[in-house]
Write a protein that binds this ligand. Sequence first.
Ligand SMILES: Cc1cc2nc3c(=O)[nH]c(=O)nc-3n(C[C@H](O)[C@H](O)[C@H](O)COP(=O)(O)O)c2cc1C
Length: 288
Amino acid sequence: MRIALLYFSGTYNTLYLTSILKNLLLKKNNSVDVFSLENKNNFANKKYDLIGIGYPIYAFNAPKIVEQNIKNLKLSNCNYFIYKNSGEPFKFNKASSYKIYKIMKKNNTFLGEYHFLMPYNILFKTKEQFISLEMQYNLKYLNYMVDNLLNKKPYNVNLFYRFITFIFKIYRLGSKINSHFYKIDKDKCNKCHLCQKNCPTQNITYNKEKRKMVFGNKCLMCMRCSFLCPQQAISIGLLERIKLNKYYDLNNIINLNYHYDFTKENQKFYKKFQKYFNYIDSLESSNS
Ligand SMILES: Cc1cc2nc3c(=O)[nH]c(=O)nc-3n(C[C@H](O)[C@H](O)[C@H](O)COP(=O)(O)O)c2cc1C
């Protein structure tokens, strides 16, 4: 098959999943092209048998940039699937694809959606051993997904989840407001302009008079600016207090030995994820 993967990734977790997915698909003799949804690209859907849409979940929703660009692409007669990821296995995350599903509904065929769990890079700290376990399961799930891409799965999401997701869309307004509180520590900033060059909405500009970076009101709250800043010079407004800015070396972490009993340490935290692991185990056993 000729497959296109259209993705957005704030702090590169979705990109990481996309690159593993691409390799798995190539191994199965597919051709794969990858397109970022933040750039204008020459994507032509007629060339592809199958399209994957990848995104991180923000406040139980898909990022606005994903919904907008999928709408702008005016896809038609496509077979498509969704692969999304989030920090936690909240139930309401299920409804995050609803808008995309609605945009695509008229003219395209939905084949299924797959939800992965990845570590938060910006907020809550997670033990690397645990991330290793999580990544091993993600790998199994990616393999399952690749083997079952053409098996149609319905998208059923109840009204209550959709309602909650809708309410949480308010975070989009919140991120615009919050971006006015973003600050750059002039003493720490080395003017490398990484934040400016990498902002997906070109929301950061250099003000020559003030001799500093300034933030506009198109912020998505993807946190990439702060995540990439080599000087840790960017404070992210009201979220600064809980900021973590942790880069996890997933290529190495995935190979860690994870024989570690998390249940003893933090029952509540671990239980949430156990469902996800059990689900993937059940897929494997039903496949064999
Ligand atoms: C602004 C923001 C909102 C988020 N909201 C949620 C959420 O509602 N539920 C959740 O489980 N994870 C949430 N996360 C965590 C991300 O979905 C997760 O870290 C994801 O792997 C990030 O992917 P990326 O690195 O490709 O941007 C949020 C992260 C950010 C930055």
